[in-house]
Design a protein around this ligand. Structure first.
Ligand code: ADP
Length: 301
């Protein structure tokens, strides 16, 4: 049974919905997934596909970013948090972030989403300082953040209300996003009439509707069964190929990271433990890096 936790980030932000299922599986104990990424990633790198795709992804850069939570007043332990972390992500890159519980994944997402302020270092998105919530960035978590009182289409269009778009444009964009996830027939349904996988498609459509230049995904498929998870992973890759957002996908599941990401970044105890192209890695490499931990420098394969 999954354990459901609310995050420390405010709920119901029009740009970002923030509830996740947080699981505590043993690292590497995830169900085995086939690698679905290689053909797609190869296709993404061919000029023909790139020319046909709408490339909207933005470069993301973190330079010596550090965030420490307040130290435990009872003393003793060093304050936990993240960093200093330096990371550079190319426009349109699909990067998976893995790490055991407590490794700093949520803190990283909190910093990128603008709900936490780094105490040191700089972050930029498309070359501009990233220092608060920005409309170019959306975060996808679990279906629980969907509004039960709205229709599927209403949920998908919710994030567009704050944009300077006419009603018909909002509706067209919401419908287009629903179509991307194969749910156009479900536009007028209510959330409770959908399966878990369909709800997660709606969450994805809501994020896609705002055409983000950076799409953050926080364990988005962790509550789903293996088949649905695989299917949604493949669909996400297809959408990424055409939409071209930069993607940062956080997961506990090493096989999922290897099957989806072009590149995998592993965190341990708030530090970079490994940063390497997925095609050069095995789950064993990831497990070893996470078990060894970081000794200051990241491990590059
Ligand atoms: P993950 O998402 O990978 O499980 P987190 O980013 O939540 O990791 O946590 C990173 C570290 O910061 C952990 O050591 C955790 O205990 C600590 N931490 C997280 N939130 C708080 C908080 N609100 N106060 C103090 N420490 C925290």
């Amino acid at each position: 049974m999954n354990e459901h936790h609310s995050r420390r980030i405010p709920l119901n932000d029009p740009l970002i919905d923030v509830v996740q299922v947080k699981r505590e599986p043993a690292v590497g104990a995830a169900a085995t997934l086939p690698r679905v990424n290689q053909a797609a990633h190869h296709a993404a790198s061919t000029p023909a596909v790139r020319a046909g795709a709408i490339r909207t992804g933005a470069a993301l850069s973190l330079s010596d970013v550090e965030y420490r939570y307040a130290a435990d007043p009872s003393g003793g332990q060093q304050a936990a948090g993240l960093g200093p972390l330096t990371l550079s992500i190319q426009p349109g890159e699909f990067v998976c972030v893995v790490g055991p519980s407590g490794s700093g994944k949520s803190t990283l997402l909190g910093l990128l989403s603008g709900f936490l302020k780094p105490q040191q270092g700089q972050m930029t998105l498309a070359g501009r300082p990233l220092s608060g919530p920005v409309p170019e960035l959306t975060l996808v978590q679990q279906e629980h953040a969907l509004f039960p009182w709205l229709t599927v289409l209403g949920n998908v269009g919710f994030g567009l209300k704050t944009r300077r778009l006419g009603r018909s444009e909002q509706r067209a964009r919401a419908l287009a996003a629903l179509k991307q996830v194969g749910l156009e027939e479900y536009a007028s349904r209510r959330i409770h009439q959908l399966s878990g996988g369909q709800r997660q498609r709606v969450s994805l459509a809501r994020a896609l509707a705002v055409q983000p230049s950076l799409l953050l995904l926080d364990e988005p498929f962790s509550a789903l069964d293996v088949n649905t998870r695989q299917q949604l992973g493949q669909e996400l890759l297809g959408i990424w190929l055409t939409q071209g957002s930069t993607v940062l996908f956080v997961t506990h599941n090493l096989d999922e990271a290897l099957s989806l990401g072009q590149r995998v970044v592993a965190l341990r105890a708030g530090q970079l433990a490994l940063d390497a192209p997925a095609c050069d890695l095995t789950a064993g490499d990831l497990k070893a890096a996470l078990e060894e931990g970081a000794t200051g420098a990241s491990k590059k394969l």
